[in-house]
Design a protein around this ligand. Sequence first.
Ligand SMILES: [Zn+2]
Length: 394
Amino acid sequence: MIVVPRPPAADPLEAFTEDEVGACVAFAKPRQRWGLAAYAADLALLAALALTGPGRAVVRSAAGLAGSWAPGRVVLATVAVLAVRAAAGLPFSVRAFRQDARAGLATQGLDGFLRDWAKGRAVGLVLTVLPVGALVLGARWRPPGWPLVAAAAAVLLVLALAVAGPVLIEPLFNRFRPLGPGPLRARLLALAATMAVPVGDVLVADASRRTTRVNAYVSGLGRTRRVVVYDTLLAAAGPESDGGADEVALVVAHELAHVRHRDVLWGTIGAAALAAVSVLAAVALFELGPVRRTLAVAGLGDPLAAPGLLLLAALGSLAVSPLASAISRWAEARADWVSLEVTRDPATAVAVERRLALENRADLRPNRLLLALFASHPSTMARIAQAWLWAERH
Ligand SMILES: [Zn+2]
């Protein structure tokens, strides 16, 4: 177990000019406010569909198209809720796209953006209708072993998505190619060998077809495990001779640290456990008279249970978000520290953080409460302070 030092965030003016801080904050703050507004609107809409007469009437009339056939009613009720939420969320998404376009971050037109948005909603539709439909129909038919069998099915779904997501879902949005042969590829594979991380390949995603933002990530389990680098990062880091290779190596060292410490596996196990607990909690909650009366449903097996179920899921995920994001920030800080220990190059770590913040217009003066509640990564200035601390100790 390594002790991960997490010094407090430094003042952004110690690493950025006043103009850089101003430009980033001027972009990030309105975006954050609109993001929160979209989130609040979505929750309010879900509450209206689940808790009010007019909201329920919308869901009931959509479900009515299937007559009295229960599976059809369940699917249509779920689709209706998702369609209303998507329609209400679209203006917020278009606003975010337009802000990107104005700032020169978008590389596609509105039509391309809308195609991606529709694809994303379609994937979300399938991944919501399947579990909600299975849960509601299962509660009607109560197979032997219910509800444990439903909890087990939820675990299997999460595991299947973690394994198959990189090969089934990610290619819907991006094309991936192996990083071409050359000194950079050799260096990254040598880095993986030094870190004793079994990685067959480093993939490059064609993120540049939609954005100039830079990023990298790891996903998948077992044979689908991969380290993915955005092509925008390779381009932004510049020629290999110019320090560009150092920056890419540092980013990849961070991702390999996630692999070495099995962060994707543990994240998947956590998500699977949470899915099982959520299913059992939903079954128990719908047994309660006051819950059924508030949601105006006969029980979890009611074909119109979807809005109430999705409202509870949204409130549940809001409730676990502070803990989940705190764990994520800790794993990210550990990956940062390991990447410093491996590369022993804090100057490049600071350069990478500067590049990430400037290219992505990061919020360099984040609100502490929002950071604690939702942020998956430590703030830019916390990450830079950590790199400085490493330098100080060596
Ligand atoms: Zn990370």
